[in-house]
Design a protein around this ligand. Structure first.
Ligand code: HEM
Ligand SMILES: *[C@@H]1O[C@H](CO)[C@@H](O)[C@H](O)[C@H]1NC(C)=O
Ligand SMILES: *[C@@H]1O[C@H](CO)[C@@H](O)[C@H](O)[C@H]1NC(C)=O
Length: 326
C-alpha cells in the first residue's frame, strides 16, 4: 500500500517534469485547448477574411511579430496606446510610427475572442497566431506550422526601447547579426527571417536616402522603376509606398532570395546578406533549393515568437489590447 502510494507520487513527479519538458517551454502547443477551444480557429477565420480583402494585412502581422518580440519580448507591448501615465509607448517610436500597421486587425481578432472566451487569450498570443496564419494564407498553405502559446501581455512600453533593438534598414551585416544575436537568434535566423521581405510594402523614406540618392549596388532598371514611384526627397507629408517584392508581391515564397541575388531589393540590410561568403551561400540555397526556405522559415518564426516570453506574475491577459488592465 505504502509503496503503491510512493509509486504514484513518483509517477506524478515524473509527469510534472515531463510536462515542463515541452520543447517550447514555457510555451506549449494547444495552450488554449481546454481554456478556449475555439481560440486558434477564431484567429484563423478573421485572418483568412482580412487577407482575402487585402494581402497587406498578412504582411502587417508578420512584421508586427518581429517588432513585438524584439522589444520587451513577445508581450504585445507594441500594441499599447499612449496614456497620461505612459505618453510615449513603443508604437510612437520611429521604427513603428507611422509604418507599422495592423492594429485594427488585432482589435478585431481580440473582439471576437473576448466574445467567445472573455479574458482568456492574450494579445501576445494573438499576434503570434495571426503571424502564423498569415504565413499559411500568403504561401497558399506551403508555410504551415504549429505555434506554441501561453504568452502573457506586458505592462511596460516606451518609445526609447524599439530604437535599441530594431536596427534601421541602412544597417550593414555585422550590425544586423549583432542585433539578432542579442535576442538569441543566429546568422541563419537573420537570413531566413529576412525572407519575410517577400511580402508587403515599404515607404520610400526607408530606402531612398541610402539606395537611390547615392550610388548603391541596386540594379539599374529597378532603381529607375523605384525613382518613378518615389519622391526624390521623401518627407512625412510626401512619402509613397512600393512593394517589397516586385516579382511576386503577394506571395510568401523564396522570391526574396532571387531578388537579393539580382540586386532588386529595397534595403541596404537586404543587400548586406551578400556581403559575407557564409550568408551569401545561404541566400543561394534559399533561392535555389525548392522547399528549403519554407522549412526553415517555419522553425525560425516559432523561435522569433519565443523571445523573452512572460508567464505567471510577469504579465496579464489584457482585456483590450491597447491598454493594460487596472
Ligand atoms: C533584419 C532586419 C530588418 C530590417 C532592417 C527591416 C526593415 C524593414 C523596413 C524598413 C520595412 C518597411 C517599413 C515601411 O517603410 O513601411 C520593413 C517591412 C517589412 N518587414 Fe522588415 N526588417 C527586418 C527584418 C524583418 C523580419 C525579421 C521580419 C519578419 C519575420 C520582417 C517583416 C517585414 C514585413 C512583412 C514588412 C512589410 C510590412 C507591411 O507591408 O506593412 N522584417 N522591414
Ligand atoms: C521613456 O523614454 C523616454 C525617451 O523617449 C525617456 O525620457 C523616459 O525616461 C522613458 N521612461 C521610462 C519609464 O523608461
Ligand atoms: C557597420 O556599421 C556600424 C555602425 O554604423 C559601424 O560601426 C561598423 O564599422 C560597420 N562595419 C563594417 C564592417 O562596415
Amino acid at each position: 500500500m505504502a509503496s503503491a502510494t510512493i509509486l504514484q507520487a513518483v509517477t506524478l513527479l515524473v509527469l510534472a517534469v515531463a510536462c515542463h519538458a515541452s520543447p517550447y517551454y514555457p510555451l506549449q502547443l494547444g495552450y488554449y485547448h481546454d481554456k478556449c477551444p475555439q481560440a486558434e480557429s477564431i484567429v484563423k477565420a478573421v485572418m483568412e477574411k482580412a487577407i482575402g480583402q487585402n494581402p497587406g494585412n498578412g504582411a502587417a502581422v508578420i512584421r508586427m511579430l518581429f517588432h513585438d518580440c524584439f522589444v520587451e519580448g513577445c508581450d504585445a507591448s507594441v500594441l499599447l496606446d499612449p496614456t497620461p501615465f505612459s505618453p510615449t509607448p513603443e508604437k510612437l517610436s520611429a521604427p513603428n510610427n507611422p509604418s507599422l500597421r495592423g492594429f485594427e486587425l488585432i482589435d478585431a481578432i481580440k473582439d471576437a475572442l473576448e466574445a467567445a472566451c472573455p479574458g482568456v487569450v492574450s494579445c501576445a498570443d494573438i499576434i503570434a497566431f495571426a503571424a502564423r496564419d498569415a504565413s499559411y494564407f500568403l504561401s497558399c498553405g506551403k508555410v504551415y506550422f504549429d505555434m506554441p502559446s501561453g504568452r502573457l501581455d506586458g505592462t511596460f512600453s516606451n518609445e526609447s526601447e524599439p530604437l535599441k533593438f530594431l536596427v534601421p534598414p541602412t544597417s550593414n551585416l555585422s550590425t544586423l547579426i549583432d542585433s539578432f544575436d542579442v535576442k538569441g537568434l543566429s546568422v541563419e535566423d537573420l537570413v531566413i527571417l529576412s525572407g519575410a521581405h517577400t511580402v508587403g510594402r515599404s515607404h520610400c523614406s526607408s530606402f531612398v536616402p541610402d539606395r537611390l540618392a547615392v550610388p548603391s549596388d541596386i540594379d539599374g532598371g529597378f532603381a529607375w522603376f523605384l525613382r518613378s514611384q518615389c519622391p526624390a526627397n521623401p518627407t512625412d507629408s510626401d512619402d509613397s509606398t512600393v512593394m517589397q517584392d516586385v516579382v511576386t508581391p503577394k506571395d510568401l515564397d523564396n522570391q526574396y532570395y532571387k531578388n537579393v541575388m539580382s540586386h532588386k531589393v529595397l534595403f541596404t540590410s537586404d543587400a548586406a546578406l551578400l556581403t559575407s561568403p557564409e550568408t551569401a551561400k545561404m541566400v543561394v540555397d534559399n533561392a535555389n533549393i525548392p522547399g528549403w526556405w519554407e522549412d526553415r522559415f517555419k522553425t525560425a518564426m516559432v523561435k522569433l515568437a519565443s523571445i523573452e516570453v512572460k508567464t505567471g506574475y510577469q504579465g496579464q491577459v489584457r482585456r483590450n489590447c491597447r491598454a493594460i488592465n487596472y
